[in-house]
Design a protein around this ligand. Sequence first.
Ligand code: CUA
Length: 309
Amino acid sequence: MNWVPEVASNLASKVDAVLWFITVVSLVFFIIISFVLVYFAIRYRRRQENEETPYITGSHVLETIWTIIPSFLLIVIFAYGFVVYKDMRTPPQDSLEITVTGKQWLWLFAYNTGKTTLNELYVPEGRPIKLVMKSDDVLHSFYVPAFRVKQDLVGGMYTDLWFTPTKAGTYELFCAEYCGTGHSAMLGKVIVMSPQEYEKWEKGEEEKAVSSLPPAELGKKLYTERGCNACHSIDGSTLVGPTWKGLYGHDVDLQDGTKVTVNENYIRESILEPQAQLVKGYTPTMPSFKGVLSDDEISGIIAYIKTLK
Ligand code: CUA
């Protein structure tokens, strides 16, 4: 049985050890106290009518014991937790730095090679990773259960987080701070690769494989991968943003009272500058995808929208 998520970072087993220590200590005392409680209830029950309770004034020995033992245990729990916490808060000097931006409702990762990825964080196995994080709007929280790390992203300041991935694989990334309508869809993945694979990925050989897809299929893939699905439905239902179903080729009313026909250029502009021609009845919440989606990817999304009749 899995009591806790998979262990996939250097910090995970340390956090688990603290958790288990506290759980076992609590369990031992729960059993002792419950046992004594039941025993006393039976042993000192009222046996006959008019039975007088003896008058007891207290015991210095007992009071000293039940003050010292719990105090000692609490100090041990604090000290143990503090040591692990300090470790988690101190990134090694040689960490690989990656910038993380959280915004409603996506994750943006910027690497020092100039590469950026959306909702997918790529890291090499066995190397300390330091994430420098910021929010473009409200509070978000970066949470990877398999790594046992969680940190808020705060508008107007940087926060950080580090871990060393210990196992190649794909791990879930959650936003763990309620940040609005799309919060539950603000999901991502952490992809841990072997150092050799990572080097290859950094050189960009992987990306060609993606854009060799037919445009409409690439667009379909991007629809979920880039988080479009958090706000745009493909079945005609209204979410935070307009549905993509039947969007292409139709006239839409804009906020400023004018009308526009949805064509390639309108979709492209709405991806790069979402607030330029805002559709009536919707709030200006969409982030700009400038620098996030390549021209090929934008063409893919347009091709995909055209298929949604
Ligand atoms: Cu971002 Cu919840």
